[in-house]
Design a protein around this ligand. Structure first.
Ligand code: 5GP
Ligand code: ZN
Length: 115
């Protein structure tokens, strides 16, 4: 738990969020400002600033996170129609919260390339 980290607080339950999934390593919750009909964030419970700071020891965690995104997409009914998993990293990608999070977006046709 890192003080003043909003996603650490959501993982700890001290800031409320509408949860979509949780296990011993991960928490998933609906984005406050959804950019698609389904927009969910998946975060590790442990504070990790982002993908750029991930280390070889995080391999199992990151693999688990990716498989959980698929599981959530199935649960949300967007696995067959299609979904996108995005991990914005540092300023050029628009990362605004420095606690690793994967966006799951779906429920409409998504544009490519991203803006
Ligand atoms: P980023 O821009 O860092 O890739 O994504 C951060 C995301 O977190 C944004 O989509 C934003 O709407 C979401 N977000 C920021 N604060 C909160 C919050 O307190 N609760 C929830 N549910 N989502 C949040
Ligand atoms: Zn954190």
């Amino acid at each position: 738990m890192v003080n003043d980290c909003i996603f650490c607080k959501i993982a700890a339950g001290s800031i409320p969020a509408r949860l979509a999934y949780q296990d011993d390593q991960l928490v998933a919750f609906y984005d406050l400002n959804p950019q698609a009909p389904t927009h969910i964030l998946v975060i590790p419970r442990r504070h990790l600033p982002g993908l750029a700071e991930a280390e070889p020891g995080d391999q199992a965690l990151l693999g688990h996170l990716l498989l959980v995104t698929r599981r959530i997409a199935e649960q949300e009914g967007i696995a067959a129609s299609g979904f996108r998993v995005v991990i914005n990293t540092h300023a050029d990608a628009g990362q605004s919260v420095p606690h690793l999070h994967a966006h799951i977006l779906g429920g409409r046709r998504l544009g490519w390339p991203p803006g």
